[in-house]
Design a protein around this ligand. Structure first.
Ligand SMILES: [Zn+2]
Length: 304
């Protein structure tokens, strides 16, 4: 692993992912405002900042030719496209092995057709990593997984939201994450698929956890940067700092989001300019000590 990499990634989760989390009806068919506006704005921001980033792509969304072309150009400009499954099932870890393998292979094949390269990295939907998923990644020759979120406050908040929605008889279509995340290291580690939340020097895969703060393990992700900014970096991030965004992080309520979603997703009410300002400040802090690289580059992967 090269030293001191800042890896910026964007999970390209479509609007339907958010209506599913909140137990809302599916959006009307048509161009997806989160994917189109969000991706375009992140590409412009990265271009202005000189950042090559990693985009986690949901395979089925590539049926949209305009969106697919934007991603093909992004890959041509040096950004990494990585696997975020074919259909973004939040309960992927509870599916049978054959379904998990199909979900991983489906997106992988689409990315190969789009870019001519096999992807080397994976992120599971909703941080729902499991040994079954990790084993299939190892069998398929992936270099890294980036799905662990070692963040007790996130775990508590997600549990409370899901219980509340159950009580309202409007259950979330998301699924609770495994508690192993809470004990997982904050720094990247070699991972054995049988025990994906613990380091193992002989493990075949890198695990690159989402960044969390030192003591309280508060999340450091796109959603939180406009709220409390970047903390001081500590030694856990000497090798790599993994900053996760979602496409919706550069979208706001002027982009045609359903009002029922905006009322539940309070970051959608912060305007894009304010969010972009907070992200640029975070990049400035990171640039002092780290070099921006894609996750594939930082883990030494050679894209076949
Ligand atoms: Zn996602």
């Amino acid at each position: 692993m090269k030293s001191r990499s800042a890896c910026v990634s964007v999970d390209l989760d479509a609007l339907v992912c958010y209506t599913a989390i909140h137990g809302l009806p599916n959006p009307e068919p048509g161009p997806d405002p989160v994917l189109h506006a969000g991706l375009q704005r992140f590409l412009e921001l990265f271009d202005a900042e000189g950042i090559t980033a990693t985009f986690f792509v949901v395979g089925r969304d590539l049926d949209d030719p305009v969106y697919a072309e934007l991603l093909r150009q992004a890959a041509g400009a040096g950004h990494e496209l990585a696997n975020h499954t074919e259909n973004h099932h939040y309960d992927l870890r509870s599916k049978g092995l054959a379904t998990i393998a199909d979900e991983i292979a489906g997106c992988e094949k689409r990315l190969l057709r789009l870019t001519g390269h096999r992807c080397v990295g994976f992120r599971t939907p909703g941080y729902n990593l499991s040994p079954d998923i990790a084993q299939i990644l190892a069998q398929r020759g992936y270099v890294y997984d980036s799905s662990v979120f070692p963040c007790p406050p996130y775990y508590a908040a997600k549990g409370a939201v899901m219980a509340g929605l159950r009580a309202l008889r409007r259950p979330s279509r998301s699924q609770m994450t495994l508690p192993g995340h809470l004990r997982a290291p904050r720094a990247p580690y070699r991972m054995h698929p049988d025990a994906p939340f613990a380091p193992n020097a002989h493990g075949p895969l890198w695990e690159i956890p989402m960044a969390v703060s030192r003591r309280l393990r508060l999340p450091i992700i796109g959603t939180t940067l406009p709220i409390y900014g970047m903390p001081q970096l500590d030694a856990a991030f000497d090798d790599m700092f993994n900053l996760e965004f979602h496409a919706i992080d550069l979208v706001d309520d002027s982009d045609g989001l359903p009002p029922a979603l905006v009322s539940r997703q309070h970051d959608a009410r912060t305007n894009v300019a304010a969010k972009r300002h907070a992200f640029r400040a975070a990049f400035k802090t990171l640039r002092n000590s780290h070099r921006f690289r894609t996750l594939a580059d930082a883990t030494g992967a050679v894209q076949p």
